[in-house]
Design a protein around this ligand. Sequence first.
Ligand SMILES: [Zn+2]
Length: 62
Amino acid sequence: MDDEDEDVPERVQTICPYCGGGGMVADPKHAVIGGSPRTIDNGRPCPHCDTEGHFPGIIPPL
Ligand SMILES: [Zn+2]
């Protein structure tokens, strides 16, 4: 095992609670394709973190 990562990281980051760190959020839409109703979920960039998925520093949850 590698024990060198036990120290406090130099850059502390907070995972974006809005997208969970993925940078994208679900964006389901109803659409009719070929006469059949469907749900499309292509996702969209997270407006909270601008697709970064995290913020620098520590942001305590509200
Ligand atoms: Zn986000």
